[in-house]
Write a protein that binds this ligand. Structure first.
Ligand SMILES: *Cc1c(COP(=O)(O)O)cnc(C)c1O
Length: 359
């Protein structure tokens, strides 16, 4: 006899994060996890340092000051916001609270792996619906809905493709779903989007009582290591998450860091402008080298090299120069690699590497 978890746990493939080490290479440039290009905001570092002096105190369990700062920054009602230990934590709680044995969760084929992990953990059946052109296929998702469907996850812009689903499509998806199905709009890359008509999900989260928008401080705000995410939605959904989350789920230093990041003058504008400029340059270099770059509204590019062998060869070229990209075999895209837009020097290293590459 031995201890065994529930059978659904055994079907979970553990999350494999972006690589961060290369044996024998001195200088590593990690472009595998879509982290912000400029490190943490200085005001966040200062806030973390100050928070260290009060590390013996429990955090504010309601993250009141942080929710107020988020509300002020984005013009949202703090009462409709919940903070999490990364948006990962909120994804997990949503699946446990709204899914569970006998239910189904729908995501798009290449959507964020955490939905699959959290959904299975909850005991739900997770249906992966084929995408079209790197985008969630709204008709196919609606066709996959059955009586047991409880949650639909949508990443917009999409990871790992970088593609943006038009606002009208997002609304059509919500309109086509039953009222008792929670729509989760994960907008982790919202700050990088340049498409003027884009709405990160705020409008739907305002207009409906069954939609939640998820956001993170892990990307443009440069605080992935502090684990801060947040959700915005109808009071009943926020109340549900407040019931089930750990009472002190966001560390005090993390709350302080996020407040500091929001106060850093010009941080988002600078990061977004840099990203738009260098995303175009890096994309042009891959295109000039004969590869297919998916249009991106994020801080990463997905490049299709035509075959798994060609992708491996490019990966080897990059690794020889200390550049770590993200292989997408785990996403069922072995012919593709994903590369994060780093700082100017890092981007130039990628451009030089792909320009010198011979397949
Ligand atoms: C990076 C990312 C997140 C952020 O997760 P955190 O737990 O907040 O770090 C969420 N969703 C997607 C699709 C992502 O790519």
């Amino acid at each position: 006899m031995t201890v065994l978890p529930r059978p659904s746990i055994l079907s979970i493939e553990p999350y494999v994060g972006g690589e961060s080490k290369l044996p024998g290479v001195n200088r590593i440039v990690k472009l595998s996890s879509n982290e912000g290009a400029f490190g943490p905001p200085p005001a966040a570092v200062e806030a973390i340092t100050q928070a260290a002096l009060k590390a013996h105190r429990y955090p504010d369990g309601g993250a009141t000051a942080l929710r107020e700062a988020i509300g002020a920054h984005w013009g949202l009602d703090p009462a409709r916001i919940v903070c999490g230990n990364g948006s990962d934590e909120l994804i997990g709680h949503l699946c446990l609270a709204y899914g569970g044995e006998g239910t189904e969760i729908i995501m798009s084929a290449y959507g964020f792996m955490m939905y699959d992990i959290a959904g299975r953990y909850a005991g739900s059946r997770v249906l992966k619906v084929a995408e079209r052109g790197g985008l969630a296929d709204v008709d196919a998702m609606l066709a996959a809905v059955g009586p047991r469907t409880r949650i639909v996850f949508l990443t917009n812009p999409n990871n790992p493709t970088g593609a943006l689903l038009p606002e009208a499509e997002m609304r059509r998806l919500r309109a086509g779903l039953r009222g008792d199905i929670l729509l989760v709009i994960d907008s982790a890359y919202a700050e990088y989007v340049t498409e003027p008509s884009y709405d990160p999900g705020t409008a739907l989260a305002d207009a409906t009582d069954n939609t939640i928008m998820l956001r993170t401080f892990s990307k443009i705000f440069g605080l992935g290591g502090m684990r801060i995410g947040w959700g915005y939605g109808a009071p009943a959904i926020i109340e549900t998450l407040n019931r089930v989350r750990g009472p002190f789920n966001v560390a005090s230093a993390s709350q302080a860091a996020a407040i500091g990041a929001l106060a850093e003058p010009g941080w988002v504008a600078k990061g977004a402008a840099h990203n738009t400029e260098w995303r175009a340059k890096v994309a042009a270099a891959f295109t000039a080298a004969g590869f297919t770059v998916a249009p991106s509204q994020t801080n990463f590019l997905m490049v299709d090299f035509g075959s798994p062998e060609a992708a491996k060869a490019v990966d080897a070229t990059m690794k020889a120069r200390g550049l770590i990209l993200r292989g997408l075999g785990g996403y069922g895209l072995p012919a593709c690699l994903r590369v994060t837009i780093g700082n100017a020097e890092e981007c130039q290293m990628v451009i030089d590497a792909i320009t010198a590459h011979r397949g």
